[in-house]
Ligand binder design. Structure first.
Ligand SMILES: C[S@@+](CC[C@H](N)C(=O)[O-])C[C@H]1O[C@@H](n2cnc3c(N)ncnc32)[C@H](O)[C@@H]1O
Ligand code: SF4
Ligand code: SF4
Length: 353
């Protein structure tokens, strides 16, 4: 087992990926060739804050907030918080095409048509992905809860150009699954959907998408992590262990979900967020510099009136990048709240200046 990311500064540090053989991006480079490895080289430079690309490398589309589950660790499990933090119309296929077309014009390599929602509830999701693939996006990824990926949907999605497909499970036993994935179908049926998808991929002799499972480590499920890893090793291409982060600064409500080891960590000495160097998040129709749900104050514009290019080069976006490059996240209230949520023992703040 190898740990995927060795980046020092990244909110991607919230996710660790375990693979059976080589690193996931090396594997994808072998399958997809030079175009993919070139994009990853630029990605690494952006992640190290060595460059600011002319256009985001990653378009993350938080298209709607519809889900059939109500996981208590996720904002979607709390409709009152969704109402507080999301506004504006959902993205439709026309909006999607407009965004993808702009990305294609600038050679944007990667995208994710999923945010805080269940992507397979979008009936023609495969058409969205095919469209992005045909427009030249070479790395298209998705998380899903596995409940709606039936054999029919698997047939529809498998050759659309999707590169990474992750199933979020967060549990090894049914007992824990029902607690952390409230409103879910039986775990056994989700596992069957994953097995069916893997069988289909094998039958068609496809290398892609790479398939993973994920586990958001919390107080309520941490005792099952080892069994989870043992069970899924050799079945899937990657296992992601996510760090639980409260979805809003409503700490009192969410602190009971922090994993025990998170609470025992030493305070961080430095933090720089890389998301504004990688991506924009289209949150319904708003353009945001990152994926956190409570980033109202960081919104850069609306897709009906602002291009992604202009948002990416706007003074507001440049300022967020500058702030993080200099390690001064605490100068922005949203970023300070965000870091305090990721690292509950954080002691870096404006007072220490
Ligand atoms: C928001 S979900 C959306 C996609 C799909 N519904 C799913 O469950 O995979 C995407 C990922 O975010 C994770 N997630 C949700 N709330 C989280 C939190 N508070 N901290 C860390 N990860 C979280 C989920 O476990 C899932 O793996
Ligand atoms: S299934 Fe995904 S989007 Fe839905 S509540 Fe759970 S984590 Fe959130
Ligand atoms: S709020 Fe700030 S620190 Fe948090 S993800 Fe967004 S840009 Fe990064």
């Amino acid at each position: 087992m190898k740990k995927d990311s060795k980046k020092l500064y990244t909110t991607d540090g919230k996710v660790q990926t375990l693979t059976n053989d080589i690193d996931v991006n090396q594997k994808l480079s072998k399958i997809l060739g030079k175009k993919f490895s070139d994009y990853r080289k630029i990605w690494d430079k952006a992640n190290n804050m060595e460059i600011v690309t002319d256009f985001p490398l990653f378009l993350h589309l938080d298209m709607n907030q519809e889900c059939n589950y109500k996981c208590p660790h996720c904002i979607i499990g709390h409709p009152e918080e969704v109402a507080e933090n999301y506004f504006g119309d959902y993205l439709n296929f026309k909006d999607f095409k407009k965004i993808i077309d702009e990305g294609a014009e600038h050679g944007c390599p990667s995208m994710e048509p999923q945010g805080n929602n269940e992507p397979f509830l979008i009936k023609n999701l495969h058409e969205y992905i095919s469209y992005a693939n045909k427009k030249g996006f070479i790395d298209i990824m998705l998380n899903n809860n596995g409940s709606a990926l039936t054999k029919k949907r698997a047939e529809q999605i498998i050759d659309t150009g999707l590169t990474r497909l992750r199933f979020s499970l967060d549990a090894f036993t049914q007992e824990t699954y029902s607690k952390v994935r409230v409103g879910s179908i039986p775990l056994e049926r989700v596992i069957r959907n994953i097995d069916n998808f893997l069988e289909l991929r094998e039958k068609k002799n496809y290398k892609l998408p790479l398939v993973g499972v994920s586990f958001c480590k919390m107080k309520q499920n941490e005792h099952e992590l080892d069994d989870f890893i043992k069970f899924w090793t050799n079945k899937v291409d990657m296992i992601s262990i996510q760090r639980f982060v409260p979805p809003t600064p409503n700490v009192k409500k969410y602190e009971k979900y922090y994993a025990s080891d998170t609470l025992k960590e030493d305070p961080i000495t430095e933090f720089k967020c890389v998301q504004p160097f990688q991506r924009v998040v289209i949150k319904n129709k708003s353009i945001a510099p990152c994926c956190v749900s409570f980033n109202k104050n960081l919104i850069l514009g609306n897709i009906d009136t602002t291009s992604i290019y202009d948002a990416w080069h706007s003074p507001k976006m440049n300022n967020i990048r500058k702030l993080h490059k200099e390690g001064k996240f605490y100068l922005d209230k949203t970023c300070k709240d965000c870091v305090d949520l990721i690292y509950p023992n954080n002691q870096i703040n404006n007072l220490s200046l």
